[in-house]
Ligand binder design. Structure first.
Ligand code: TA6
Length: 290
């Protein structure tokens, strides 16, 4: 794989935890990103000398488990339903498709996934997914393309379930969602409207913001740091922190991990998108470390 996709010092094929293969992208500025073929899962994004993503030290790194943290790829189902929770894309082995450095130094790697017997057994549709990860000095751009390569329309959800690393959840705010309608996953999916300009945390929060603004912001006040989240063609956003009780129930998440993470997720979540045969859907999210 190194011979075909590696670029010395820029894109390296490196054994990750439990020797699971990864691509490590390194930008000329020193920024870097680590991408497991398992789930096409970004587990590290270092910008401005800081790790921007959270991965639990209790996470499993095994072929049939999702990695807890980083940027899980959610497809074709968000949340609970007839498929395994959050769909199968995050536990399938993706394949390298392309890797390059652009003339202006942007480092990109693209992985793909198509239907397998395992996926067909639970979801009888032919598809092609492509995830492109683009690394610049302070930005990480995620492009997800879904292609219906079959002969029948299918409905799907797709999302980046991003776990951001923060210093202290008690000094963290998510901005940009005031006045947005949300589905409260903790209160029987009741519809509410966000009243606060800044969402802060003092209990478990698990909300799907419907047709949310494309520009969101995470204030990591303890670190005097801001991460911006810009989405395109991904109408919805989720804000999640498990807080104390749920943290204790999650086997692959430390009891105190909730203090150092917040999920701000972007995607096509609240309602399925229907894709006709041979049609494609393209969602983009740009993460910027200010
Ligand atoms: O995105 C929020 C959520 O749906 C929460 O309900 C919580 O379950 C979280 O995803 C993690 O889900 P997972 O299947 O990765 O444990």
């Amino acid at each position: 794989m190194q011979a075909e996709f590696g670029i010395p010092g820029v894109i390296e094929v490196v054994p990750g935890v439990n020797d699971m293969p990864t691509l490590v992208l390194t930008h000329a500025s020193g920024a870097s990103a680590t991408l497991y073929l398992h789930g096409a899962h970004v587990t590290s994004w270092i910008a401005a000398g800081k790790e921007q993503l959270f991965v639990s030290e209790s996470s499993a790194f095994s072929p049939d488990e999702p990695i807890r943290g980083g940027i899980p790829i959610i497809f074709p189902q968000f949340g609970d339903g007839p498929l395994p929770k959050h769909g199968f894309a995050r536990t399938e082995e993706w394949h390298p498709m392309h890797a390059e450095v652009s003339p202006d130094g942007v480092v990109t790697a693209t992985l793909y996934l198509h239907e397998t017997q395992q996926s067909l057994d639970v979801w009888p549709y032919d598809f092609l997914l492509e995830l492109k990860v683009s690394l610049e000095e302070t930005r990480l751009t995620l492009d997800l393309v879904v292609c219906n390569s079959g002969s029948r329309p299918f409905g799907f959800d797709a999302a980046f379930h991003t776990y951001f690393r923060i210093a202290d959840i008690n000094r963290t705010a998510v901005q940009g969602l005031q006045h947005v309608t949300y589905i409260d996953s903790l209160r029987d999916s009741t519809l509410e409207t966000e009243s606060r300009p800044a969402i802060r945390f003092a209990e478990e929060v698990d909300r799907i913001y419907v047709n949310a603004p494309d520009a969101l912001r995470i204030d990591d006040e303890e670190n005097e740091r801001v991460i911006t989240v810009a989405k395109n063609n991904m109408p919805d956003a989720v804000v999640w922190n498990p807080w104390i009780a749920k943290s204790r129930r999650l086997p692959d998440f430390g009891d105190e991990d909730y203090r150092q993470m917040v999920c701000v997720e972007t995607g096509n979540i609240a309602s399925e998108f229907t894709l006709d045969p041979q049609a494609t859907w393209h969602g983009r999210t740009v993460l910027s470390a200010e």
